[in-house]
Design a protein around this ligand. Structure first.
Ligand code: MEV
Length: 470
C-alpha cells in the first residue's frame, strides 16, 4: 500500500494572463489531498473518492499511469481531502498529481518532477480543456512558484507569504470563466491583451518584491492586479465586498484569487493586523479559511511510519535494542533516542514550528525548530541533520547543548539538544509542519501565558534547557 499527498494552491497574482503565455505567481497551501493506492485482486480497478465530484480526473490519471508504466494489475484507489473542493484550491490537479505518484510508487517506479508535471498537465487539459497548468505545478513542486503557461518556466520563490483567505461562499467554475475571458478577448482583443500586458508587468515586478519579502509593495501590486482583473468583468459583488473589507481593515493588499466569479479572495497582512482583517472578512459574510503557504509538493507519505525502528536505551544511554514507533509511543518504559534543535535569528528570536495535524502525537501544538527520533542505523548527529533537511530544507552548523532524559505523558526519550543560528529562508515540509515562525522571547512568554500558543511538554523542557524560557 502507498499513500501520497499533494497540496492545494492559491493563485497569488497573474490569473487569466497566464493562460496567454504571461507569468503568474502561485503558492501551495497546507491543505492536502491524500491518495492511497493498493493492489487489488479483482478484475477491474476500484476507485473510492467520496469527496471528488468529478472522477474523470482520477480515472484518467489511473488509466494513463498504468499505460505509461505498462502496469496490468488491478488497483484500489482511495482519496481523502483536507479541503472542500468548493474553495477552488485545485483538487483536480492535486488528485491527478497524487494518483500518478501513488501508482508509480506502488509498482516501484520513480518519476522525476518535470515528467510528473508534464503527465499531470496533459491529463488535466484533456479533461478540462483549458488551463495554464499553474495548479498542477503547485501540486507537483509545492512551495511558491513563478510560473509560465504549460511549465515553460517554473522558478521557486522563497516560502512564507503571509496570506489570509476569505471564501465568498460561491463555487465558481474555472473553465467557464476562462472561456468568458476568451470570448471578451475575441470581442476586444486590443483591450484584453492590454490588460494582460499590464498584469504581466505587475507580476514581473512582484517576483522581485516577493523574493525580498517586501510585503507592503507586494500588497500594492496585488491591489493593482485586482483592479486589472475587475476590468475583465470577472469580479462579483461578494468578491468586491471582501476585498474592500480586508483593505479597510489594514491589509497591505487584497485581490480575488483564481478565475473569478466567486471562490476565494486573498489578503496580504501583517501579523498585527491579521485578526482585524479576518474579522472584517467574516463580518462581510466571508468564511476565513486558515492556511499556511509554501507547502511541500506531492509526497510519498513517510510521516509517522508506525513500523519505523527506534533505538531503545537505558538511563545511561546504553543501547538495549530496537522497537517500533508504535511500541515506543504506547509504552513509556521504552526509553528511545530523539533529537531537537533550537534555531535563533540574528535578533535572538526563536524559530518554532506548529506540528502538522497529520502527526500521531500532539498534532497542532508548537515545537522546537526541528526535532525527531533517532532511527536504527543513525547517530544523534546524523538524525538531527536529517531532520533539519527533511523538516526545514536546510543544512546548518550546529552547537551541541547537552543530553537529557525527558519523561513525558506518552513517551520517555533520551534527547540530544542542539542550537543553531539562521535567518532563513526555510522550506518547511507541510506534512510535518503547519506553521513556522520566529518569536521574540517576551512575545513567546506572553503567548504561552495567555493560552494563545501551546508548546508540547518536551518543547517546554528543551526551551528551559537552552535558556529561552525561565
Ligand atoms: C484559475 O484559478 C486561474 C486561471 O488563470 C486559469 C489557469 O491559469 O489555468 C484563470
Amino acid at each position: 500500500m502507498v499513500t501520497v499527498s499533494a497540496p492545494g494552491k492559491l493563485m497569488v497574482m497573474g490569473e487569466h494572463a497566464v493562460v496567454y503565455g504571461h507569468p503568474c505567481i502561485v503558492t501551495a497551501v497546507d491543505k492536502r489531498l491524500v491518495v492511497t493506492a493498493q493492489d487489488h485482486t479483482g478484475e477491474s480497478d476500484v476507485i473510492e473518492a467520496p469527496q471528488v465530484t468529478d472522477t474523470r480526473f482520477i480515472r484518467r490519471a489511473l488509466h494513463d499511469t498504468k499505460v505509461v508504466f505498462g502496469i496490468r494489475r488491478s488497483v484500489r484507489l482511495l482519496t481523502e481531502s483536507s479541503f472542500s473542493n468548493s474553495y477552488g484550491f485545485g483538487s483536480s490537479s492535486a488528485v491527478v498529481a497524487a494518483t500518478i505518484r501513488a501508482i508509480s510508487a506502488l509498482f516501484g517506479q520513480t518519476i522525476e518532477k518535470k515528467r510528473l508535471f508534464d503527465m499531470a498537465y496533459r491529463i488535466v487539459l484533456s479533461v478540462q480543456g483549458v488551463g495554464s497548468g499553474f495548479d498542477v505545478a503547485a501540486a507537483v513542486y509545492g512551495g511558491s512558484l513563478y510560473f509560465r503557461t504549460g511549465g515553460a518556466e517554473i522558478t521557486p520563490l522563497p516560502n512564507g507569504i503571509p496570506l489570509i483567505v476569505g471564501y465568498t461562499g460561491v463555487k465558481a467554475d474555472t473553465p467557464t470563466f476562462i472561456r468568458r475571458v476568451a470570448e471578451e478577448r475575441r470581442r476586444d482583443t486590443k483591450k484584453v491583451d492590454g490588460i494582460f500586458r499590464d498584469i504581466a508587468k505587475l507580476v514581473v515586478r512582484a517576483k522581485d518584491v516577493y523574493t525580498a519579502s517586501d510585503w507592503k509593495e507586494l500588497g500594492r501590486l496585488m491591489d493593482e492586479n485586482h483592479v486589472q482583473l475587475t476590468k475583465l468583468g470577472i469580479s462579483t459583488p461578494a468578491i468586491e465586498r471582501l476585498v474592500k473589507a480586508a483593505s479597510d481593515a489594514g491589509a497591505w493588499g487584497a485581490k480575488l484569487s483564481g478565475a473569478g466569479g466567486g471562490d476565494c479572495i486573498i489578503a496580504l497582512s501583517s501579523d498585527r493586523k491579521r485578526k482585524a482583517v479576518e474579522q472584517a472578512i467574516a463580518e462581510e459574510g466571508g468564511e476565513v479559511v486558515r492556511i499556511a503557504t509554501g507547502a511541500a509538493g506531492v509526497t510519498v507519505e513517510t510521516t509517522d511510519d508506525q513500523k519505523e525502528l527506534f533505538i531503545v536505551v537505558d538511563t545511561n544511554d546504553t543501547v538495549l535494542g530496537y522497537q517500533t514507533r508504535a511500541a515506543c509511543h504506547s509504552d513509556p518504559s521504552l526509553i528511545h533516542r530523539s533529537v531537537g534543535v533550537v534555531i535563533s535569528d540574528r535578533r535572538g528570536r526563536i524559530l518554532l514550528q506548529r506540528r502538522s495535524l497529520m502527526k500521531d502525537l500532539q498534532p497542532g501544538l508548537w515545537g522546537v525548530s526541528a526535532a525527531g527520533h533517532v532511527t536504527k542505523g543513525e547517530t544523534y548527529d546524523t538524525a538531527i541533520r536529517r531532520e533539519l533537511t527533511e523538516e526545514l530544507g536546510v543544512a546548518l552548523p550546529l552547537t551541541f547543548v547537552g543530553k537529557s532524559l525527558f519523561v513525558g505523558p506518552e513517551e520517555t526519550e533520551m534527547s540530544s539538544i542542539y542550537t543553531a543560528r539562521a535567518n532563513g529562508p526555510f522550506h518547511p515540509d507541510g506534512r510535518e509542519i503547519s506553521e513556522l515562525r520566529y518569536f521574540g522571547k517576551s512575545e513567546l512568554t506572553k503567548k504561552i501565558s495567555s493560552g494563545a500558543l501551546t508548546l508540547t511538554p518536551w518543547t517546554q523542557k528543551v526551551l528551559r534547557m537552552v535558556d529561552v524560557l525561565p
